[in-house]
Design a protein around this ligand. Structure first.
Ligand code: HEC
Length: 247
């Protein structure tokens, strides 16, 4: 029985380690859970491509170098140079925003924050929900608003993919308007499933960005578990050997 319990603990550990998402609060709405999986390399590569193409123009990830990212995600320096190096000259450069901070502050009123640690400070489910919750709002300067981040200064940079959403409000008992749901007003180039998948890839990448060493740790963790499993067999045989003489 004890042995069985031990086995369950050992085999059950990775499930706990890889579990993520969760229903944390996203402002006035619930966050949608996101399936973060740092062992899904194809997803991380797709996320990196979205990030470099659509986010680096305004946001930096200034703790990361292009070639380190390439190495971690299995992308050669050549491929990084040809496909991902829009905002810099050399693969060894840090991932800095194209737009100078001062200009950004002038245009948006706030400088776009560095996104290196965003998935840790805001949590993955928040980022995932945020990227899917922009809606048209004529009252805001950018023409956009967000249910997760009210009056956000960031425009919806991926609206061509997602399409335009509008917010539907209902009146509560006191006549005040309360948010009810988002509705697609104009379809984009992606359907909901594809857009959600792209945002999951992007979130996955931002989680990696927040803690690149996690990838190394996961790999190491698997070897440790294999070692423990093998060790368990020897420990068991040894125990049997000792007890043989006592019985
Ligand atoms: C046109 C410039 C621009 C682009 C491109 C852009 N952002 Fe932003 N972003 C902003 C600005 C400005 C803010 C600050 C909003 C505020 O504080 O009101 C912001 C805020 C954010 C925040 C919230 C940060 C916080 O305060 O917690 C996240 C997350 C974010 N952006 C992610 C992204 C991602 C992911 C992309 C790429 C798909 C992207 N942004 C592309 C301008 C931009």
């Amino acid at each position: 029985m004890k042995k069985l319990l031990m086995l369950v603990v050992i085999l059950g550990l990775p499930a706990g380690v890889f579990a993520s998402g969760g229903h944390k609060s996203c402002g006035t709405v619930e966050c949608d859970p996101v399936d973060v999986d740092l062992s899904d390399r194809a997803s991380l590569q797709r996320g990196a491509r979205i990030f470099v193409n659509y986010c680096l123009s305004c946001h930096s990830a200034s703790y990361m170098r292009y070639n380190r990212m390439g190495r971690d995600l299995g992308i050669s320096d050549e491929l990084v140079k040809d496909n991902l190096l829009f905002a810099a000259d050399k693969v060894g450069d840090l991932m800095k925003a194209v737009m100078p901070r001062e200009d950004a502050r002038d245009w948006f009123g706030v400088a776009p924050p560095d996104l290196s640690l965003i998935a840790r400070s805001r949590k993955p489910a928040w980022v995932y929900t945020y990227m899917r919750s922009f809606y048209r709002d004529n009252k805001s300067p950018s023409g956009w608003n967000n249910t997760v981040f009210a009056h956000v200064a960031m425009p919806h940079v991926l609206y061509e993919w997602q399409g335009d959403q509008r917010a539907v409000f209902k009146k509560d008992a006191h006549g005040a308007e309360v948010f009810e749901r988002l509705e697609l007003e104009r379809v984009g180039t992606m359907d909901k499933k594809d857009y959600d998948r792209a945002m999951r890839d992007l979130t996955n990448f931002l989680v990696y960005l927040g803690e690149p060493a996690k990838l190394v740790r996961y790999e190491l963790g698997i070897y440790v578990l294999i070692f423990l499993a093998v060790f368990l067999v020897f420990a068991y045989l040894l125990k049997k050997e000792y007890w043989k003489d006592i019985h």
